[in-house]
Design a protein around this ligand. Structure first.
Ligand code: CTP
Length: 401
């Protein structure tokens, strides 16, 4: 049941708007509250009267109520919703969403929203294939919005291809699962580290590594989609994460990462160390910039704490502990050694020898090695897809109630 769940459906100008009345009926039948917000152009495709009758609420299209002159607060609407769906999403509104244009009520509601946002594009196949559409979808996904991909089939133009709005029954299941995930991970507390650490040498220099943080970020997003409560301890990264459901603690050094992870570890059901933590740090940090003329050409290092190993020695049999292993030689052998010596339930092996896999790519290729010596190979794909596969494996093979 979706009783008490508040959903805004934003409708934009597309023929596919005819599918929305059915979606409203499905949501209402499950007890959800549905507020329709339309762009002015959308009203040409489906009547506000039909939508307000089915949703049992007045449809909003304008900033102002023409009847009593009152103002519809986009801020209140954005805060009210547990979830916002924009469907069908036209190429025009998509471009406005991607650039932050706010010239109608729906766009301002989206800018004020604090809840998960789903978007379901519907357009002609060539519009969908256009690089600007691809770029805008990528931007919206970077904002943390979730794409409900269009399907293939007959389009309003008479052409066939991708661009059809997903069927209302399927959109309904996606929304239901987003609001009440049917997953063993629902409500579980997940702790993830991601990114590199920077170990300061002097005020301008540091020892770092090439980790981008993307793999850990995608894992955090994939867990949230299954209803888990996620904390992400994030080293310096170029990625901006605005998913309101992920609590983020930014750190810079291995010592800060150690502190942040250990303070949350006891409460975590599953901990994943995806960060590339420095193994060594300078013994001393120079207060002033080291000058060339001083001729100092060596830096003395001391080892950092192996966070994962420390967690392995503390973990209870109710907790799952997962590590990553980045190898350049004897990959499986080295990964299995780490799995055993750090007392892990699972190790995820990346090999720098695999093309397209590792730190600086948006793709990865990994092997999952469990402590029962089961090995699953995941082929090269986007890190977001790899993250989904890893989370599914954890959910299906490792999780315990
Ligand atoms: N790790 C950690 N603390 C460290 C170093 C590594 O928690 N100080 C974690 C990483 O987050 C990763 C796992 O240990 O999950 C393995 O990291 P990796 O760099 O592959 O291995 P190391 O144990 O550091 O060994 P080596 O560098 O010799 O391969």
């Amino acid at each position: 049941m979706l009783k008490g769940k508040k959903i805004i459906i934003g409708i934009t100008g597309s023929i596919a708007a005819y599918k929305i009345p059915l979606l409203i009926r499905l949501l209402k039948k499950e007890g959800a509250e549905v507020q329709i917000v339309m762009t002015p152009f959308a009203t040409e495709f489906v009547t506000p009267l039909t939508l307000s009758t089915l949703s049992e609420k007045p449809v909003l299209t304008d900033f102002f109520d023409k009847g009593d002159g009152s103002w519809h607060s986009h801020v209140n609407l954005g805060l009210w919703a547990d979830l916002i769906l924009v469907a069908p999403l036209s190429a025009n509104t998509m471009a406005k969403m991607a650039t932050g244009i706010a010239d109608n009520l729906l766009l301002t509601v989206l800018l004020s929203a604090k809840c998960p946002v789903y978007f379901a594009p519907a357009m002609d196949l060539d519009m969908y294939k256009h690089p600007s559409t691809k770029k805008n979808i990528h931007t919206l996904e970077k904002f943390g919005y979730s794409l409900i991909e269009p399907t293939e089939g007959e389009l309003a133009s008479g052409l066939r291809g991708f661009g059809r709005l997903e069927e209302p029954e399927n959109i309904f299941s996606i929304l239901k699962n987003a609001l009440i995930p049917d997953s063993a991970l629902r409500g579980k507390s997940i702790l993830i580290s991601a990114g590199p650490t920077y170990e300061p040498i002097d005020p301008v220099r540091f020892l770092g590594n090439r980790s981008s943080g993307l793999m850990g970020i995608e894992l955090a997003k994939a867990f949230v989609k299954r209803g888990a409560i996620v904390k992400l301890v994030l080293g310096p990264t170029k990625y901006e994460l605005t998913n309101p459901s992920i609590s983020i603690e930014n750190v810079i050094t291995a010592a800060e990462m150690h502190q942040a992870i250990t303070s949350s570890f006891t409460d975590a059901d599953i901990t994943i160390m995806a960060a590339a933590v420095a193994d060594f740090t300078p013994k001393e940090i120079q207060k002033e910039k080291i000058k060339k003329a001083a001729g100092k050409n060596s830096i003395h290092l001391k080892p950092t704490i192996d966070i994962l190993k420390e967690l392995g020695s503390k973990k209870t049999n109710k907790q799952l502990l997962i590590g990553f292993s980045l190898e350049t030689e004897n990959e499986k052998e080295n990964a299995i050694k780490k799995l055993k010596s750090k007392n892990l339930d699972l190790i995820i092996l990346n090999s720098l020898n695999d093309k397209g896999a590792g730190f600086e790519f948006e793709t990865n290729k990994v092997s999952l090695i469990s402590n029962h010596n089961k090995i699953i190979e995941i082929p090269l794909k986007l890190k977001s897809e790899i993250a989904k596969d890893i989370v599914t494996y954890i959910e299906e093979e490792l999780i315990f109630e």
